[in-house]
Design a protein around this ligand. Structure first.
Ligand SMILES: Cc1ncc(COP(=O)(O)O)c(C=O)c1O
Length: 424
């Protein structure tokens, strides 16, 4: 079987009929070389500096490195570099060492984990014992869902939810509804009414590719009407949306309404890990039944930095304010240049281009201009919906964002990609 590299996406290499794993790896490698040659392989670029608005990246050919304005980090408030956050992680390592040494069920559960879980309960106004932490946001979704939903149940998911949700619902029944589409959700809820034991609607607070917000109040009303539970993954809402960055649930004043809140420490909380908030009995069920908590060692003491990041949301609100100044500056600049930024309501700013090849070209031009963004192609988005995706940080300067705008203006001059011409 011959794959046409000019039209291929990574999806085409997932499984190839009659190819052994080695043959698949070999042809995949050839595809990577093809992309590298065309200058479109801006994945797994090697950063020499830490997370931040500027990043030093190794040249692809291995010769030296260069500094870029970075729009690829979800460290929205810049807390990975905040001295108080760093100091807390360092102090915890000094006190507890560098690792946890076991899964939480059999010896790897420490006071710094408990303190973090207690803080998360307070952050979301839930009773003590309602939170459980995981090693990543990915496994908070995938591992918890795998034990929550079985073959007698059904997951009803917005089609744009994160990949980790799809992984978690493989053992149960599933129905997908059109993104944020209430009619389609209601159609499915009516259809599945009597059959299933537990019906769980799963949505994101902020969607990771378009940056738009879930229609939570309406979805909640439908869930109650049809006897379904709700899980909201607010990975991209926390720190960005709502008073003191308490996320989409705070924005809609619905913290006590939804049945499960999940999220990550890898974005605003400037660390690694994730969490599920529900109620004490569900949490203790997950402590024993969710396989990660039994069979995988838990977070290292460095995770203690999250407790300081949570405190800073209230103590230093200026970061959230600065983030919004930056989001508005970049968004309005792009719109003035005629670009389509879609329906974003968050720090995720997509520039919709459509054609995958053109999108990769824009990514390359921006890199040449010293601007690091993510071209997002199929299968992460549909084939006709390729875009450049950017994440804005509170610590970007206006000059850095202006450089990004100039980079897009330059790309448009070369490729004519701006869609909406407001200017005459
Ligand atoms: C909506 C959403 N949920 C979960 C995750 C996974 O988080 P983590 O990086 O902690 O695994 C992501 C990460 O990109 C995400 O965008």
């Amino acid at each position: 079987m011959k794959i046409d590299f000019t039209k291929a996406s990574f999806k085409d290499f997932e499984n190839i009929k009659d190819f052994s794993v080695q043959q698949r790896a070999d042809v995949h490698y050839e595809f990577l070389q093809y992309m590298k040659k065309s200058g479109h392989l801006n994945y797994r670029l090697l950063g020499n500096s830490g997370c931040g608005p500027l990043i030093d990246i190794q040249n692809v050919d291995g010769t030296g490195s260069r500094e870029y304005v970075s729009l690829v980090s979800n460290d929205y408030l810049g807390f990975t570099q905040h001295p108080k956050v760093k100091a807390t992680s360092i102090a915890a390592i000094e006190q507890y060492g560098t690792g946890a040494g076991a899964s939480p069920l059999i010896g790897g559960y420490y006071s710094y984990h408990k303190e973090l879980e207690d803080m998360l309960c307070r952050f979301f106004d839930r009773e003590p014992g309602s939170a459980i932490i995981y090693n990543t946001g990915y496994t908070a979704n995938s591992s918890s869902l795998m034990s929550l939903l079985q073959k007698e149940d059904i997951a009803i998911v917005d089609m744009a939810v994160h990949a980790s949700v799809y992984e978690g619902i493989q053992l149960t029944n599933t129905k997908r509804f059109l993104h944020n589409n209430l009619e389609d959700l209601e159609r499915i809820l009516k259809m599945v009414q009597p059959q299933y034991r537990t019906k769980l609607i799963i949505i994101d607070g902020i969607y990771s590719q378009d940056g738009d917000m879930a229609k939570l109040p309406e979805i909640y009303a439908l869930a109650r009407q049809y006897g379904a539970l709700i899980m909201v993954d607010d990975a991209h809402g926390i720190g960005v949306i709502g008073e003191a960055g308490k996320g989409v649930l705070q924005h809609f004043d619905m913290k006590d309404k939804v049945d499960f809140i999940t999220g990550t420490f890898s974005k605003t909380f400037a660390n690694i890990g994730g969490f599920v908030i529900s109620n004490p009995n569900i949490s203790s069920f997950l402590q024993y039944q969710s396989r990660q908590n039994a069979f995988s060692a838990t977070s290292s003491p460095a995770v203690a930095g999250v407790t300081t990041a949570i405190r800073l949301l209230e103590e230093e609100p200026e970061w959230q304010a600065k983030l919004w100044e930056n989001i508005n500056h970049l968004k309005s600049g792009l719109v003035d240049l005629g670009f389509d930024v879609g329906t974003t309501q968050s720090a995720i700013v997509p520039v919709k281009i459509g054609d995958p090849h053109m999108t990769s070209e824009v990514g390359k031009i921006l890199l040449d201009q010293g601007i690091y963004t993510n071209p997002i192609l199929y299968p992460a988005v549909s084939k006709k919906d390729a875009r450049i995706r950017m994440s804005v940080m509170a610590t970007h300067t206006k000059e850095q964002l202006d450089k990004v705008l100039e980079g897009f203006e330059f790309s448009d001059k070369k490729l004519h990609i701006a869609k909406i011409k407001y200017k005459n």
